[in-house]
Design a protein around this ligand. Structure first.
Ligand SMILES: Nc1ncnc2c1ncn2[C@@H]1O[C@H](COP(=O)(O)OP(=O)(O)O)[C@@H](O)[C@H]1O
Ligand SMILES: [Mg+2]
Length: 456
């Protein structure tokens, strides 16, 4: 298990045929950052993101067991493959060479060992260009160039900055730019904290640190975020998710410029610049009382807005696409290929990316993995990848936009009333004290039809 752990995030795609391979593989990996994903067809399996290692585990029964066939499938796959099955004698001698084969009665230890080996190979493959993973900061569009001018203008001062923008637009990247361009603070630390993920009981010890023996388990003294960011920058991500009672504690430190470790009586002064980011409408949260006005004013001395990818336009999408492929897989490799075909750039330009740059980067990495494997811009494969991504986007946006807007309690109330009144609309409406028209609208909105009656 140790070698698998060292790999970090891992996707295992399983084509099981008529076996129970998916559940057997799942049982061998119980870490949260390992996804086991069932697929029906190796060639349409989504090309994985370069930030995650990926391996396919395939039941030979699903494709046949001749060595030639296995090799053919392996070539078509966008990721390394491990075969499960009894292979024919001619495939047998290929074990350990280019085919990796596990017997049907494999043990978890054997599977994990092989996955680790194959995933490590795939990983080095992807990162051999040695380019920094984040790549350069890309700004082609006029609105992004304007943003960079603002960054230059405000980088070398100590004013707190609130960075607004949708998720994945690059707010953290902007915060890092502000930090690195600050002549003095860039010598200090950039400490990034996700404010939506701090368990209540741990807020103080995380932010303020604690003295040795301050509470059970505090075996040694511990520096909090404020101290770590002293002389540098504290980046408070998702600040809109910080609960009110934690906002008070944060505000106090920002006002006093001093922190006291839990279990200590000695305040320490800290000198830091706070950059905060949010995808929420903070002024609206202030208006509704969910965010403290005094904290808002302290954080938003300067406000910056990072435009969504859609606002930046097609040229920016294509620029980011090319640059990601170049920085992840190597500019030289990109230059050795024929030009990115126009059908591909057109398709990318037309796509909407609700997840913004993060999502486009992911897609570019997946396309890069495919092209690297195929050694050309394979239209069939890439179009099916794009179609897959669009389907997922559509499914996600359905999930994001429709269902959460349902008031589930109201839906249940309507269903119960219908059942109580034998599904007679007039009686149900009367029972609920609403008109038939309102009842009909509710049923349409909640997608309640007489089929529910059968299910109920
Ligand atoms: N202008 C940019 N140029 C290149 N990569 C970017 C740019 N903006 C964002 N990214 C990349 O997109 C991903 C999301 O960026 P991040 O700063 O984490 O977004 P946010 O904080 O707004 O959710 C990261 O992988 C980041 O490196
Ligand atoms: Mg972020």
């Amino acid at each position: 298990m140790k070698c698998v752990e060292r790999l970090g995030a891992l996707d295992i795609y399983v084509l099981q045929g008529d076996t129970d391979l998916v559940s057997r593989v799942s049982r061998c990996f119980d870490r949260v950052d390992v996804n086991v994903i069932a697929i029906d067809d190796l060639t349409i399996a989504p090309a994985p993101a370069a930030s995650r290692a990926a391996v396919a585990v395939i039941s030979m029964g699903a494709v046949g067991s001749s060595a030639a066939m296995l090799r053919e499938c392996q070539r078509a796959s966008v990721m390394p493959v491990i075969w499960v099955g009894e292979c024919e004698p001619q495939a047998e001698h290929a074990r350990g060479a280019d085919l990796y084969v596990l017997p049907p009665a494999f043990t978890c230890a054997a599977l994990r060992g092989m996955v680790a080996k194959r995933a490590a190979q795939a990983h080095t493959h992807m990162h051999e260009s040695g380019a920094p993973r984040a790549g350069p900061f890309i700004a082609h569009s006029e609105c992004m160039r304007a943003l960079l001018r603002e960054v230059d203008m405000f980088a070398d001062c100590d004013a707190n900055v609130l960075i607004r923008g949708e998720t994945g637009v690059g707010k953290e990247r902007v915060a890092k730019l502000l930090h690195t361009k600050h002549s003095r603070r860039s010598q200090g630390a950039f400490v990034a904290v996700n404010c939506g993920a701090i368990p209540d009981g741990l807020f103080e010890s995380h932010f303020f640190g604690h003295a040795k023996g301050a509470f059970t388990g505090a075996v040694s003294a511990h520096e909090g975020y404020f101290e770590r960011a002293d002389q540098g920058t504290l980046f408070l991500d998702e600040i809109g998710d910080l609960p009110l009672h934690q906002q008070v504690k944060l505000l106090r430190v920002l006002e006093d410029g001093a922190v006291t470790r839990v279990g200590s009586a000695v305040p320490m002064s800290v000198n830091l610049r706070v950059l905060a980011a949010t995808n929420k409408d903070l002024p609206r949260l202030v208006a509704t009382g969910a965010f403290r006005a005094d904290l808002y004013y302290r954080l938003a001395v300067v406000e910056m807005y990072v435009p969504s990818l859609q606002e930046r336009g097609a040229a920016e999408k294509i620029g980011i696409f090319r640059s990601v492929i170049g920085s992840v897989f190597g500019e030289e490799w990109l230059a050795s290929l024929p030009d990115v075909p126009s059908w591909l750039t057109d398709a990318i330009a037309k796509m909407r990316f609700p997840g913004n740059v993060r999502e486009l980067r992911n897609l570019a990495e997946r396309i890069g993995v495919t092209v690297r494997q195929m050694r050309y811009w394979d239209p069939e494969r890439l179009q099916s990848l794009l179609a897959h991504v669009q389907q997922t986007q559509a499914a996600l946006s359905l999930g994001a936009n429709d269902h959460p807007r349902w008031d589930m309690a109201d839906r249940t109330r309507v269903l119960d009333a219908l059942a109580t009144n034998g599904w007679r609309r007039q009686d149900t409406a009367q029972y609920l004290g609403i008109s038939r028209k309102v009842l009909w609208e509710k049923m349409r909105k909640y997608q309640i039809s007489d089929t529910e009656r059968v299910r109920a």
